[in-house]
Design a protein around this ligand. Structure first.
Ligand code: NAD
Length: 486
C-alpha cells in the first residue's frame, strides 16, 4: 500500500480510503494507493505554502538548489530498472521504451534544470540619469502540477524540474491511472533531502482531488497537462484567486510527406510517430498527409513494416507494442474506429479488436481515403490509429495540415530546405519537426497553438517567465527633493 507524501512525511488519507492500481496487460492488482480528499489537499497546499513563505527553499543559494536537482537525476538513473518496470506494469508501455526513453528523459530533465537554478537573472534599466530600476525574477510561490498517465514519470519530471529550479514549492497530482512512479520520485527526493513541503505528492481522481487542489486559495499557479476539455476546467479554477495558469493539451499532429521526401526515412518516422506508446502521445502523428504521387508506394511500405511489429507482453524487451492504459480508454479508441468505418474511411489495416472488454491490446489500425471532415481526422484518438489523406500541392498540404482545432506539432518530410522552412512558417503549430527531428529536448520550449495549450513548457527563458515573478525596484538617485506639491 502506497501513502501520500505530505510535508516530508508519508501518510494515509484522512478518511483512510484507497484506490486500486491495476496492470492493464494482465488485469492484475498492482497496488493500493491512499486517496487524498479535501482535508489532505488542504494539508498538502498548506505545507507547500509554509515551505515557500517561511522555509529555506526559495531563499537557498541557487547553486545548492541546482545540486539537489542534480542528485535527484543521479538517483533516478540509479533506480532505472525499477522505475522503468513500474511504469511498464502500470500503463502497459513496452519496457524497451520506459528503459530507453521515459526514465533517462526524466533524469536528463532534472540534470538540465539543475544548471538553470543559478542562471536566473534580472535586468537593470537606466532610462533616466537620476534613476536606476532593477528588475528581479523571484520564485513565484506554491504551484499545483497536474499530469496525465501517458508518460507517468517523464510528465512529472517535465513539471517538477523547472518548478523546483526556479525556487518554487509544489503539490503534484499524478493521474489516478498511473501514480506509482511519481510516488517513487517523492521517495528519491526525500532521500536527497529536499526540505519538508517543497515537494508534496497527492493522489486521487481529477474530479475530487484534482479539483480541490486547483481551487485551493493557497495555490499561486496551476500547471496542467491533459485533455483540452479538462484544460477549460483549469481556466475556471484559475479565476479563483486569479491564479496564473499554464496548459499543455492535446494534439492532432500532421505528418506531411512531399514528393521529394526520402521514403526510407519517412516509413520509420511515420510508424514511430503514430505507434510509439500505441499512439498515447500528445504529439502522435495521427494524420499522414502524403502527396498523391507517393501515396501507393508509401502506404505499401508502411503496411509491410507495421505488420512485422511485435505486440505483446510489455515486460518483454523484444516487443515493440504493448497495450492501452485502461479498458475504458480502449473502449474510447474502439468507438473512434467504429465511427471511421461508418463515415466511410477505408480500413487497410485492422487487426481483430479485443473481444473481452478488459483486454487492452488494441492492434495498430490504418484508415486510407480519410477526408478532413471525418471524425478520425479531427479529434484526438490517443490510440494506434493512423488516418491517411492525400494532397495535390504545397498550398493544399498547408491547408489540410492547418484544418484542425489543435496546433501542438507538425512533421515535415522533404529534401528541399527552402520548402521545409517556407511550410514551417505557414503552419499553425508550436513545434515543427523536419525529417524526423522532433525529439523532446529539455532546453527547447513546447508551445501549443489553438486548442493545444496556453503558455510554454520547458525552454530556459520560457521557464523563467512561467515560474518566476517579476519585481521592479525603481530607485531614485536624485539629490533634490521632489518639487511637487510646493
Ligand atoms: P485528463 O485531462 O483526463 O487528465 C489529466 C490529469 O488531470 C489527471 O491527473 C486527472 O486526474 C486530472 N483531472 C481531470 N479532471 C480534473 C479536474 N476537474 N480538476 C483537476 N484535475 C483534473 O487527460 P488524460 O486522459 O489523463 O491524458 C491524455 C491527454 O493529455 C491527451 O489529450 C494528451 O494529448 C494530453 N497530453 C498533452 C501533452 C502536452 O505536452 N501537450 C503531453 C501529454 C499528454
Amino acid at each position: 500500500m502506497k501513502q501520500l507524501y505530505l510535508d516530508g512525511v508519508w501518510t494515509d488519507g484522512a478518511a483512510g480510503r484507497t484506490w486500486t492500481v491495476t496492470n492493464p496487460a494482465t488485469g492484475e492488482h498492482l497496488d493500493e494507493v491512499a486517496v487524498a480528499e479535501s482535508a489532505d489537499v488542504d494539508r498538502a497546499v498548506r505545507a507547500a505554502r509554509r515551505a515557500f513563505d517561511e522555509g529555506p527553499w526559495p531563499r537557498l543559494d541557487p547553486l545548492v538548489r541546482g545540486r539537489m536537482l542534480h542528485q535527484l537525476a543521479e538517483r533516478i538513473r540509479g533506480r532505472l530498472e525499477e522505475l522503468a518496470m513500474t511504469d511498464t506494469l502500470n500503463i502497459g508501455k513496452p519496457i524497451r521504451d520506459t528503459r530507453g526513453f521515459d526514465v533517462p528523459c526524466a533524469a536528463d530533465l532534472f540534470e538540465s534544470y539543475a544548471g538553470l537554478a543559478d542562471k536566473i537573472a534580472g535586468k537593470c534599466y537606466g532610462t533616466l540619469p537620476d534613476n536606476v530600476t532593477l528588475q528581479f525574477r523571484e520564485p513565484l510561490g506554491a504551484v499545483a502540477a497536474i499530469v496525465p498517465w501517458n508518460f507517468p514519470l517523464t510528465n512529472a519530471a517535465i513539471k517538477l524540474a523547472p518548478i523546483l529550479a526556479c525556487g518554487n514549492t509544489v503539490v503534484l497530482k499524478p493521474s489516478e491511472v498511473s501514480p506509482l512512479s511519481a510516488l517513487m520520485l517523492a521517495e528519491l527526493a526525500h532521500e536527497v533531502g529536499f526540505p519538508p513541503g517543497v515537494l508534496n505528492v497527492i493522489h486521487g481522481t481529477g474530479a475530487e482531488t484534482g479539483a480541490a487542489l486547483v481551487r485551493h486559495p493557497g495555490i499561486d499557479k496551476i500547471t496542467f497537462t491533459g485533455r483540452h476539455q479538462t484544460g477549460v476546467q483549469m481556466l475556471e479554477a484559475a479565476k479563483i484567486g486569479m491564479k496564473s495558469v499554464m496548459l499543455e493539451l492535446g494534439g492532432k499532429t500532421p505528418s506531411v510527406v512531399f514528393p521529394d521526401a526520402p521514403l526510407e526515412h519517412v516509413v520509420n518516422g511515420v510508424i514511430t510517430g503514430i505507434f510509439f506508446n500505441l499512439g498515447q502521445v500528445c504529439v502522435a502523428g495521427s494524420r499522414l498527409l502524403v502527396h498523391e504521387s507517393q501515396h501507393d508506394e508509401l502506404l505499401e511500405r508502411i503496411l509491410a513494416k507495421v505488420k512485422a511489429l511485435r505486440q505483446g507482453d510489455p515486460t518483454d524487451p523484444n516487443n515493440h507494442l504493448g497495450c492501452l492504459a485502461t479498458p475504458l480508454h480502449c473502449a474510447n479508441v474502439r468507438r473512434y474506429v467504429e465511427q471511421a468505418h461508418q463515415e466511410g474511411a477505408l480500413p487497410v489495416l485492422t487487426g481483430p479488436l479485443p473481444a473481452d472488454p478488459q483486454d487492452c491490446f488494441f492492434p495498430p489500425t490504418i484508415f486510407d481515403r480519410v477526408t478532413a471532415s471525418m471524425t478520425i481526422a479531427r479529434e484526438e484518438v490517443f490510440g494506434p490509429v493512423l488516418s491517411v489523406l492525400t494532397f495535390r500541392d504545397e498550398d493544399d498540404a498547408v491547408r489540410l495540415a492547418n484544418d484542425c482545432e489543435f496546433g501542438l506539432m507538425a512533421n515535415l518530410w522533404t529534401s528541399d530546405g527552402g520548402r521545409a522552412l517556407r511550410v514551417a512558417r505557414r503552419l499553425r503549430a508550436g513545434r515543427i519537426a523536419v525529417n524526423g527531428g522532433g525529439a523532446l529536448r529539455p532546453n527547447v520550449p513546447v508551445f501549443g497553438y489553438k486548442l493545444s495549450g496556453i503558455g510554454a513548457e520547458l525552454g530556459f527563458d520560457e521557464t523563467v517567465h512561467e515560474y518566476t515573478n517579476s519585481k521592479s525596484v525603481l530607485y531614485s538617485l536624485a539629490t533634490e527633493k521632489t518639487p511637487w506639491p510646493e
